[in-house]
Design a protein around this ligand. Structure first.
Ligand code: HEM
Length: 346
C-alpha cells in the first residue's frame, strides 16, 4: 500500500510538471482578437479556473463534454455545432446528450484564442484543466494540440454510439471495446460520476421496483422522496447529485451511507476522487450503468472497483491516463477546418 501510494504520488508530480506544456513540450501560441499572441494552454487554464470559481457546476460539464465529443467521430468539436451544412438536428439534440453544458465557456475561450485554435483542442484542454481543479491537483495528464474541427454532427450518430444509462454490463463493455477501451478503463472512467448531476429521467428506472437493478432500499427510498419534492409542473425533470457524498447529511443518514474512507466535509463536496467506488460498492449510485459494473460474472470489474476504492492514488493515475487516451481519439471524416465560431461550420 505504501509503495503504491508513493508510486502514484510520483507519477502525479511528474504529470503536474509536464502539464504546463502541451504537445511536444513547447507552449503553443495563438492570435487572440487584438493580434496579441497568447499561450493557448495558459489562456484555457485561466478561463476554466475563473468559470469554475463563479460556477463550480461547470467543471463536471467540461469533463462530460470531452467524453461526448471524442466518443462520436473522435475529438473533432462536433458536439459543439448548432447546425451543419447538411441541416437536420445536431449531436446536441441527441437523447444521450441530455443536460450537456459548457458551450458558453467554450465560446468565451474561443473568442480569446482566435481563429488559429480549433474548438476540438479547446474541449480537450478545458477538460484537462477542469479535471485538475476538480481533483484538487491530484489528476494531471499531458495532451497534444493541433486537432481540426469536423463539419458533421447528427443526433442520430450520437445516440448510436453514446452509451445510455440503461445499458447492461455486456453492452457497456462492447461500447467501450468499439472505441478500443478496455473493461478496466470503463471502470476507471465511470469514476467521473463522483461529480456532477443527473436528470430524473436518467435514473427513473432505478426508483421503480419493476425496472430497478439492485439498489440499496434505504438509498432508493431517500432518493424517491428527495426527487419527488423537487418535481413540479414547471420542473418535470429535476436533477440530483450523482454522488451520494454530495447530498446533505440528513439524506446520507437516511440512506445508511457508510462514509468510512470518504471525506464528507463541506470542502470536499464536488471533488473528483475515488468516492464513486465507495458508493457503488454500497449499491448507492444513480444509474443502472453504474451498478452494472458489479455485474461482471468473471469478478474482474468488482475487483477493480474494490482496488480503486482502497487506493485513491492508483486510481488518480489511471484516470489521468484514460482521460489522455480519450483526448487523443483521432477525428474521423474527410473534411476538416478550424472553425471561426465553435457553433457553426465556416
Ligand atoms: C460508461 C458509460 C456512461 C454512461 C451510461 C453515462 C451516463 C451518464 C448520464 C445519464 C449522465 C446524466 C445526464 C443527465 O441526466 O443530465 C451522466 C453524467 C455525467 N457523466 Fe457519464 N456516463 C458514462 C460514462 C462517462 C464517462 C466516461 C465520463 C467522463 C470521463 C462521464 C462523465 C460524466 C459527468 C462528469 C457527468 C455529470 C455532468 C454534469 O454534471 O454536467 N460519464 N453520465
Amino acid at each position: 500500500m505504501v509503495i503504491k501510494l508513493s508510486a502514484g504520488a510520483f507519477a502525479v508530480s511528474v504529470c503536474l510538471s509536464l502539464a504546463f506544456f502541451v504537445g511536444h513540450g513547447q507552449p503553443v501560441l495563438a492570435d487572440g482578437g487584438g493580434g496579441k499572441k497568447h499561450d493557448v494552454a495558459d489562456t484555457v487554464k485561466k478561463e476554466v479556473a475563473i468559470a469554475m470559481k463563479k460556477n463550480p457546476r461547470i467543471g463536471a460539464a467540461l469533463v462530460r463534454l470531452l467524453f461526448h465529443d471524442c466518443w462520436v467521430h473522435g475529438c473533432d468539436g462536433s458536439v459543439l455545432l448548432d447546425k451543419t451544412p447538411d441541416g437536420g438536428s445536431t449531436e446536441k439534440d441527441a437523447m444521450n446528450n441530455i443536460g450537456l453544458e459548457g458551450f458558453d465557456l467554450i465560446d468565451r475561450i474561443k473568442d480569446k484564442l482566435g481563429e488559429s485554435v480549433s474548438c476540438a483542442d479547446i474541449v480537450v484542454l478545458a477538460a484537462r484543466d477542469a479535471t485538475s481543479i476538480l481533483s484538487r491537483g491530484n489528476i494531471a495528464y499531458n495532451v497534444t494540440t493541433g486537432r481540426k474541427d469536423g463539419v458533421r454532427s447528427s443526433a442520430a450518430a450520437a445516440d448510436a454510439v453514446l452509451p445510455p444509462s440503461t445499458f447492461n454490463f455486456t453492452q457497456l463493455k462492447a461500447n467501450f471495446a468499439a472505441r478500443n477501451f478496455t473493461q478496466t478503463e470503463l471502470v476507471v472512467l465511470s469514476g467521473a460520476h463522483a461529480v456532477g448531476v443527473a436528470h430524473l429521467s436518467s435514473f427513473r428506472d432505478r426508483l421503480d421496483n419493476a425496472t430497478a437493478t439492485p439498489i440499496s432500499v434505504r438509498y432508493q427510498n431517500a432518493l424517491r422522496d428527495h426527487v419527488e419534492d423537487k418535481t413540479t409542473a414547471a420542473v418535470p425533470d429535476p436533477t440530483e447529485m450523482n454522488n451520494i457524498r454530495d447530498m446533505e447529511f440528513a439524506f446520507r443518514n437516511a440512506s445508511g451511507y457508510n462514509a468510512t474512507g470518504v471525506d464528507t466535509s463541506r470542502a470536499a463536496r464536488g471533488v473528483l476522487d475515488n468516492s464513486y467506488y465507495h458508493a457503488n460498492l454500497q449499491n448507492k449510485v444513480l444509474f443502472r450503468s453504474d451498478w452494472e459494473l458489479r455485474n461482471d460474472t468473471t469478478g474482474a470489474a468488482g475487483r477493480d472497483m474494490r482496488e480503486f476504492r482502497d487506493d485513491a492514488a492508483g486510481w488518480y493515475v489511471l484516470f489521468g491516463k484514460a482521460m489522455a487516451k480519450l483526448s487523443e481519439i483521432p477525428a474521423e471524416g474527410s473534411r476538416f477546418e478550424i472553425r471561426k465560431n465553435c457553433r457553426t461550420t465556416n
